[in-house]
Ligand binder design. Structure first.
Ligand SMILES: [Zn+2]
Ligand SMILES: [Zn+2]
Length: 114
């Protein structure tokens, strides 16, 4: 039997949520900078790496990729929406849940990059 805390999680593969990044709709396989392990994201939007580190909610993290030049940056709302739409290509339900989390955070003014 499953407890209420049995949240599903998937490998965290998405576009880059940094405004203006040319990888906004690429399939980027995110890794934890500190340890190098791949990251996962659960349906509540919590990111962990496969080395057991809890990194917190995806919209509070900074992102770095080779499609933008200024290193680690916060995402913004519209760029996150595009980045999460990449997830819909392989998991529509998960993409919808994360987009809902993003919208809630935006409305609560919890996005640090705005
Ligand atoms: Zn880690
Ligand atoms: Zn980027």
């Amino acid at each position: 039997m499953y407890g209420y805390n049995m949240l599903r999680k998937i490998d965290f593969i998405s576009g880059c949520p940094v405004a203006g990044c040319e990888n906004s709709k690429a399939k980027l396989d995110w890794s934890h900078e500190d340890c190098g392990y791949r990251e996962t994201i659960n349906e509540n939007g919590i990111v962990e790496c496969k080395n057991g580190h809890n990194l917190g909610e995806f919209f509070l993290l900074k992102y770095k990729c080779n499609g933008h030049s200024n290193g680690f940056q916060y995402g913004n709302f519209s760029a996150f929406a595009a980045a999460l739409s990449v997830i819909a290509e392989f998991n529509t339900d998960f993409s919808a849940k994360l987009t809902e989390k993003l919208l809630q955070a935006y409305q609560a003014k919890r996005l640090p990059g705005q």
